[in-house]
Write a new protein. Structure first.
Length: 93
């Protein structure tokens, strides 16, 4: 996952639990303690907002990438967002 992100020009920060921090750093990854899943996601959002950058959240154990092409991101509620995603062209790698 790291290789795919850096190949695309991203410089990710991995938000991990305390027990995993040194293992991630030993691999040469930029990592910081975020705690359990929801607190880590929220910390990533706050950090990105402070830096004025987008926050893209991915798992470190993904099995595929899904890309959606269509009228996405303009919806104001979950129902219309889901409808737009269903209508979009989906590419799975």
């Amino acid at each position: 996952v790291q290789a795919q992100l850096t190949a695309g020009g991203a410089n990710p920060t991995w938000y991990v639990d305390q027990a995993s921090l040194e293992a991630y750093k030993a691999l040469g990854l930029r990592a910081k303690v975020g705690g359990k899943l929801v607190p880590a996601r929220n910390l990533a959002l706050r950090d990105a907002a402070r830096a004025g950058k987008p926050c893209v959240q991915v798992s470190d154990d993904i099995s595929s990438w899904d890309y959606y092409v269509g009228e996405l991101g303009k919806q104001v509620d979950l129902e219309s967002g889901n409808a737009a995603a269903k209508a979009a062209e989906q590419l799975r790698i």
